[in-house]
Design a protein around this ligand. Structure first.
Ligand SMILES: *[C@@H]1O[C@H](CO)[C@@H](O)[C@H](O)[C@H]1NC(C)=O
Ligand SMILES: *[C@@H]1O[C@H](CO)[C@@H](O)[C@H](O)[C@H]1NC(C)=O
Ligand SMILES: *[C@@H]1O[C@H](CO)[C@@H](O)[C@H](O)[C@H]1NC(C)=O
Ligand SMILES: *[C@@H]1O[C@H](CO)[C@@H](O)[C@H](O)[C@H]1NC(C)=O
Ligand SMILES: *[C@@H]1O[C@H](CO)[C@@H](O)[C@H](O)[C@H]1NC(C)=O
Ligand SMILES: *[C@@H]1O[C@H](CO)[C@@H](O)[C@H](O)[C@H]1NC(C)=O
Ligand SMILES: *[C@@H]1O[C@H](CO)[C@@H](O)[C@H](O)[C@H]1NC(C)=O
Ligand SMILES: *[C@@H]1O[C@H](CO)[C@@H](O)[C@H](O)[C@H]1NC(C)=O
Ligand SMILES: CC(=O)N[C@H]1CO[C@H](CO)[C@@H](O)[C@@H]1O
Length: 573
């Protein structure tokens, strides 16, 4: 028994050792050692084409294992991944001048390659035929590689391809019909090329596609209605082409869509309310087309898409802004500017807490609902707003967060609204070109700031109150300091003289517009020293200033100085 047991132990020891050796041997392969001769040779020849002054490829050395070379990854002794991005690797600025060889001549020999990613190397060549030999390729990413010509049919051989990314090249003509062989493709990115003609028919056959980005090309024609076959599509971008006709409503049958960017084309017609119900849609960009008709939204009780971005600007949408626009959950950027919307602004838009709302250049009337102070940025310039009294009240639940408000170029008339002073987080206010006045009765206007201008204590970016009949003395208060950087009080009926207390009240102003007022007297001779040293714009035109012109040339950053239309004596500038 003992003998048997010893022999058995030795036998097990032997089996154990050989297994261990076997494992170690394999480990040498699986950890990427001992690259195949064929692969090393192909890589060295590829390297030889580079003008590599910075030494990006210095460790691509024939006497070392190619699996250890920069950008090379192996599996079982074969190169499976090649990644080159010299430009974004610190210290290797070989951008643009990188390649002088025959691109791709040998890459086809890397037959085990699964992922090829070369960025920011200018090959200035066509896509090499040899890539058609990479039958295992799953990711082909050649961004900004200076590729010319067409997408060659040989790429149809790549039946395992999942991601084709040829963004930012100069490729013309589109996908060959044989691309229907890409049965596993999930992403096609061809943005910023020179594709022309119609959308290739074969795309609708690639039912595995999740991402299709052909932005910034020259495609014309229509989106084929059979695009609805792409039932896995999450990202669809044809931004910046010349596509026309209707946006097919069948696209809304693709429930998986998350991002739809059809902006900057020539689409016409209305858009379906079904867009706003897609359960995963976060971005809808249809701006800069010729879309028209009312904005149809679902009813309050229906499900709304989880939109974050809604861009409909620069179209011809009309009708009123639907109240249910306030029914999207969470914070949105909504841009409806430069359309033909009429009616009043729904209070429900205040639901868009912390959001951005741009309604400029429409024909909206009525007033500004104070519920909108729950948004961060609101621009309603160039409409027909004519109601200056408060609609609702400023929220007191901590959501009075508005920081930028644009109400310029409307028809707001009457005394400066007191609600403006309640907007404690405002940094930028534009109420220019309205008919807003200041009622100063009962206030001590000599040497003090009108109460209404208390808003200036919070505004630390800009105030544009130009072209309003404020008719006040120029603000100047020794106990008052404003932090505003851009102050436009052009044509506001300002009177008085520019005293040094004005400059103490506005120490940070660097763009100062006081033109077309009734200011008079002499300018302080030390005015350049009183002004913010970074002052770049100074407009004192069309007032009644007299005397000598101070030495504004001392202001190093002054780019624009307008003194016309005064009665200055000639003096040194
Ligand atoms: C390759 O590496 C060896 C050893 O590190 C070195 O002697 C040789 O000069 C290198 N060859 C090139 C072409 O850099
Ligand atoms: C790839 O496709 C081309 C035709 O486009 C064909 O001539 C070639 O033999 C194919 N290569 C391989 C390796 O299958
Ligand atoms: C592409 O799709 C169309 C219509 O869905 C079909 O008729 C055609 O046979 C498909 N082509 C290929 C190559 O699968
Ligand atoms: C929406 O997104 C969720 C989470 O990513 C996913 O589980 C769901 O399948 C998507 N819905 C559709 C219709 O694709
Ligand atoms: C949005 O606002 C409207 C009216 O102001 C209100 O009835 C509605 O409940 C709000 N919806 C949400 C989600 O807050
Ligand atoms: C401006 O408002 C005043 C009343 O506040 C009114 O008398 C005047 O006509 C308005 N001017 C314009 C141009 O609308
Ligand atoms: C103030 O608004 C007017 C339009 O009402 C505009 O022309 C002017 O450029 C604006 N001022 C500044 C400093 O942006
Ligand atoms: C108005 O304000 C100035 C400067 O703050 C002060 O000297 C003056 O007494 C005040 N006049 C009245 C009537 O309060
Ligand atoms: C978002 C934001 O800036 N909120 C501020 C608004 O103003 C109040 C009071 O000044 C601050 O407490 C908030 O932080």
């Amino acid at each position: 028994m003992a003998h048997y047991s010893v022999r058995s132990c030795t036998w097990w020891w032997f089996v154990g050792l050989s297994t261990l050796l076997h494992v170690l041997n394999n480990a040498r392969f699986t950890t990427g050692q001992m690259c195949a001769f064929q692969d090393a040779a192909a890589l060295l020849e590829f390297k030889a084409g580079f003008i590599d002054k910075a030494g990006y490829f210095s460790n691509w050395n024939g006497s070392t294992d190619c699996c250890s070379w920069q950008g090379v990854t192996c599996a079982l002794g074969r190169v499976v991944e090649l990644r080159i991005n010299a430009f974004f690797t610190p210290g290797f600025p070989i951008r643009d001048t990188g390649y002088a060889g025959h691109f791709g001549a040998t890459l086809g020999d890397l037959t085990a390659l699964q992922r090829l990613k070369i960025e920011n190397v200018r090959f200035n060549a066509e896509i090499p035929q040899s890539l058609g030999k990479l039958l295992n390729l799953e990711h082909l990413k050649l961004r900004g590689a200076g590729l010319l010509g067409t997408i060659p049919e040989c790429l149809c051989n790549l039946t395992k391809i999942k991601i084709l990314d040829l963004t930012e090249n100069a490729i013309s003509v589109t996908l060959p019909p044989c691309a229907s062989a890409w049965k596993e493709i999930t992403a096609i990115r061809l943005a910023a090329n020179q594709l022309s003609g119609v959308i290739p028919k074969v795309l609708a056959n690639l039912s595995t596609l999740m991402e299709l980005d052909i932005a910034e090309n020259g495609l014309v024609g229509v989106i084929p209605s059979n695009f609805r076959e792409l039932q896995k599509l999450e990202v669809l971008s044809f931004s910046g082409n010349a596509l026309s006709s209707y946006i097919p409503s069948t696209l809304t049958e693709i429930k998986s869509l998350r991002i739809v960017a059809l902006d900057r084309n020539r689409f016409t017609g209305g858009i379906s309310s079904w867009w706003y119900r897609l359960e995963n849609l976060t971005d809808l960009r249809l701006n800069d087309n010729e879309l028209s008709g009312p904005m149809f939204l679902p009813e309050w009780t229906e499900a709304f898409a989880p939109l974050r971005t809604l861009y409909l600007q620069n179209n011809k949408f009309c009708g009123s802004i639907p109240e249910t626009l306030g029914n999207f959950q969470g914070t949105l950027t909504i841009d409806l500017s430069n359309n033909e919307f009429t009616g009043t602004i729904p209070e429900s838009l205040g639901n868009n807490t912390y959001g951005t709302l741009i309604l400029s250049d429409n024909q909206l009337s009525g007033g500004f609902p104070l519920s909108l102070t729950r948004l961060q940025t609101v621009r309603i310039n160039r409409n027909n707003l004519d109601e200056l009294t408060a609609i609702g009240s400023v929220p007191t639940d901590g959501f009075n967060v508005i920081s930028e408000l644009g109400l310029g170029e409307n028809r707001l008339a009457g005394p400066w609204p007191t609600w403006i002073t309640e907007l404690v987080n405002l940094t930028s206010l534009d109420i220019s070109s309205n008919n807003i006045s200041m009622d100063l009765s009962g206030t001590n206007i000599t040497g003090s700031i009108p109460i209404a201008l208390e808003i200036l204590k919070t505004l630390d970016y800009s105030l544009n109150a130009s072209h309003n009949p404020l008719n006040i003395p120029i603000p100047c208060g020794d106990d008052f300091v404003a932090n505003v950087g851009i102050l436009d009080l052009t044509e506001t009926g300002l009177t008085g003289t520019l005293e040094s207390c004005f400059f103490r009240s506005f120490p940070l102003v660097s763009s100062l517009y006081l033109g077309e007022n009734q200011l008079g007297g002499e300018l302080p001779s030390d005015m350049p020293a009183l002004l913010n040293p970074t002052t770049n714009i100074l407009d004192l035109s069309n007032n009644r200033f007299v005397g000598r012109v101070p030495r504004f040339s001392e202001l190093e950053f002054l780019m624009y100085l307008d003194l016309l239309g005064n009665s200055f004596q000639f003096g040194p500038l």
